[in-house]
Design a binder for this molecule. Sequence first.
Ligand code: CAA
Length: 261
Amino acid sequence: AGSYQNILADKAGEKKNVGLITLNRPKALNALCDALILELADAVQSMDKDETLGAIVITGSEKAFAAGADIKEMLNQTYSANIRSGLLERWSDIGKCKKPIIAAVNGYALGGGCELAMMCDIIYAGDKAKFGQPEIIIGTIPGAGGTQRIARSCGKSKAMEMCLSGDQITAQDAEKMGLVSKVFPADQLVAEAVKLGERISRHSPLIVQLCKESVNVAFETTLQEGLRFERKTFYATFATEDRKEGMAAFTEKRKPNFKNN
Ligand code: CAA
């Protein structure tokens, strides 16, 4: 797919096994207008179906990952129109992806930009990245998961502080509070995210999918239910060829040859 207006979709890594989506609306600091979100959802969906890809990286520019939902597009929106059109509904399509998605965040990840990063499975940040939920400053609140996902991954005090103050936080603080898993020099960020995608792509795609699903259950349910789900899924891996191959390869001191089966 190369016909997008607001994003670039590419394959990266030595074996071209990592999908690379670059948000590309530089004049608006990658503000996430409807057209961009529709293209992003389409690109993610087609990469999810592409069997040559084991993981997906979403990035922006060095100045901005994304400066939020498009404020100019929302300016004259009404309550009833939001209900009719399902404002922000299509954003959740990104969360339906079965493959791991890594957000590589340089520059601003504000409002919907921060929320988009949190919809991804792993966040890597450049050392100059800035995260924030500034919706409160413009008279609204986060609408794409900000109040919920910060609370779940970083706790109440951090979620309240970010959402109520609208303050931006640095990449280093975001790492300290667990929002971000690693920080890199800005110019190495995308390469490092692609390398992580390549390491994930070495594993059985089938098992990677089950593993992602299992971690996600931790955000949906009680510990007992989550542990039960994990155990059943662990047992289920024993019904796959790839589990046999992985353990056989270890025992025979060779590299596994996974068949996604
Ligand atoms: N929507 C629409 N346009 C935006 C935008 C946004 N979220 N963020 C930036 N832009 C546009 C600016 O309007 C400007 O366009 P013009 O040149 O046509 O005026 C262009 O991008 C460059 O922006 P600035 O001149 O403001 O750049 P700066 O370097 O001075 O400031 C910034 C950068 C601090 C990120 C500032 O642009 C800013 O505060 N942006 C808005 C951040 C924000 O409030 N985001 C939350 C949006 S609401 C939301 O996301 C709801 C939700 O939960 C889904």
